[in-house]
Design a protein around this ligand. Sequence first.
Ligand code: DSN
Length: 423
Amino acid sequence: MHSPAIPQLTESDPQLAELIEAEARRQFEKVRLIASENYVSTAVLEAAGTVLTNKYAEGYAGKRYYEGQQFIDPIERMAIERAKALFGVEHANVQPYSGSPANLAIYLAFMQPGDTFLSLELAHGGHLTHGSPVSATGKWFRPVHYGVSKETGRIDMDSVRDVARAERPKMIFCGGTAIPRTIDFPAFAEIAREVGALLVADVAHIAGLIAGGAHPSPVGYAEVISTTTHKTLRGPRGAMLMSTAEHAVALDKAVFPGLQGGPHNHTTAAIAVALKEAATPEFAAYAHAVVRNADALARALVELGFDVVSGGTDNHLVLLDLTGQGIGGKPAAKALDRAGIELNFNTVPFDPRKPWDPSGVRLGTAAVTTRGLGVAEMPRIAGWMERAIRAAQREDEAALERVAAEVRELMVGYPMPGWAPTP
Ligand code: DSN
């Protein structure tokens, strides 16, 4: 049963309702380890499903291009004020539709076509919008990259400094999508200052950990901060840009009218709800539990002989290089999915294989921690992973199904916000 309930939808469009029901059950029964996913609260779901979706609100509070903003303005202001208070920033824009548009707005605000910027190599944990050749950011600007050290698997700050000195980038990105270790914001800031670059922190993955005090904050180091709202921050799918007061106007203009039209007000409201939740002591406890769980999972995997990139994790994310296991990341991810363990195949640093068929898998503990799993359950998950990978190598579908049954049995004991099986 859905919460909020969906009786009208079930009646008017049963085919669609059935698919939503099946997806809810899938989310309920699986160990969801995709590092960028989570379960939002019922309150967030309620806000996202309101009539706010009916309204156009191009512009910003107090300066809109459509009438009827009596209630949209205070909702957007509320989200902004909550973001500013939670992260301790001078400016927040809550309108970007998601992480990639948010990052594009940064380029539009501060870069000219052809300008040089520095970011983490995609295969070392960066993001497509940090200058991948297939992204507009790689086609229209000139990316140069730093990477992780081959020995440690950690970002090599000497290499960051060397490339920055040689290339004098206009902008430096820190952050990414597969970084299992603490980002050294002060060190990045020092390098950016030395070469006169704008420092941008893309904290999409770790925003909830920062909010909960489980990862250092980039505030005071990065002038511009980009984040999605739906990963560890546990809000709806959306994004925010935050900055010092100095860059507020440029960022706002880049989001609207530079890139976007009307903000998605229902999402803005749901972001406001999530930000209120993230300011509570319960959320801080959650953020720390996410990190403890990831650490326990990484340790259990190491015990079982898995090659954990960088030897462990400081945050919510674990990156495995499966080369030594004799299986590619993709067949492993697909087999694990059939065994009830959902994650994604991922490149690993210095990966000899291609992104569509890479050597690794990426895991995260944000979602399972929301469900209430703790460090005691992590070795069990690691054990299932090991069994599923061995079963995949033997092409033993029955063994995969046996793991899936055990996973289901565990997960029914941990309620999920937004849906429960009908008794
Ligand atoms: N797709 C997101 C992730 O999984 O990390 C990044 O945009």
